[in-house]
Ligand binder design. Sequence first.
Ligand code: ATP
Ligand code: MG
Length: 285
Amino acid sequence: MMKLKIAIQKSGRLHDDSIKLLKECGIDINNGVNKLKTEASNFPLEVFFLRDDDIPQYIEDGVADIGIVGENVVLEKKKQVNIVEKLGFGKCRLSMAVPKTMEYSTVKDLENTRIATSYPVIVNEFLQRNGIKAEIHEISGSVEIAPGIGLADAICDLVSSGSTLFMNGLKEVETVLKSEAVLAACHNLQPEQQILLDKLLFRIQAVKKAKNNKYILLNAPNEKLNDIIGLLPGMKSPTVLPLAEQGWSSVHSVLNENDFWDIIESLKAAGAQGILVVPIEKMVI
Ligand code: ATP
Ligand code: MG
């Protein structure tokens, strides 16, 4: 039987979340330490563990059909791959940073500087877009120490909290790119592989939707029922069931994480009691 070949990061920031996502999609893979390759027991999926830098090339060449990798790496490597889905983890930004003591007001202050980065392609595009001439020094790691040792005036590196920059006496001055892990796919998949990819994608989307939503149960006095139902979006409309206690109902619905706290407050104010909020595992609409 034809299998879909997926490349994921061997170790590093995206490894655990990539495995977790496959698990949440109901795909069991035995992830032995130091293995380069494994197979799922319950889905026609072969898994390759690779350095993240190599993943776009493997996908372009069709050695892997799909892969999970940071969008920053896809854009830097300039390989011909399709980004089919953003995955919601591995969130970070690629930012310019300069020494705290440097006066910086606009991007023009980068003119004629030396910028150390592991992302020369993306940085070059950013400089061109802004009409800035600067010298790019490509280095593969520990970019944040470059200004301190006199190698560069500024850096462009991945940031999530900013604490590494801070510890190295740097301040973040421009966001060049926002990134997260994505599912990337080969341009020319066989029809059978496309079917398997669609199947996997359907599951990934169900998992993502579930993460963004909560199941909510509450008790409402019947005379307040209309007000309370009016506050709930729900998938179609909320489920309303009578409680054993006369004059009361139980209301069930689904809430988006983003609206969550606002709606909970209005529900309480409208007379809802015993509000329970439960995580959803999968959601298909
Ligand atoms: P590899 O050994 O596979 O080459 P790496 O050291 O290049 O790994 P990691 O540091 O594990 O890469 O980061 C992998 C990806 O995680 C990055 O390309 C980026 O998309 C994402 N990421 C999320 N937050 C951060 C962060 N704070 N710093 C660096 N990368 C981050
Ligand atoms: Mg890497």
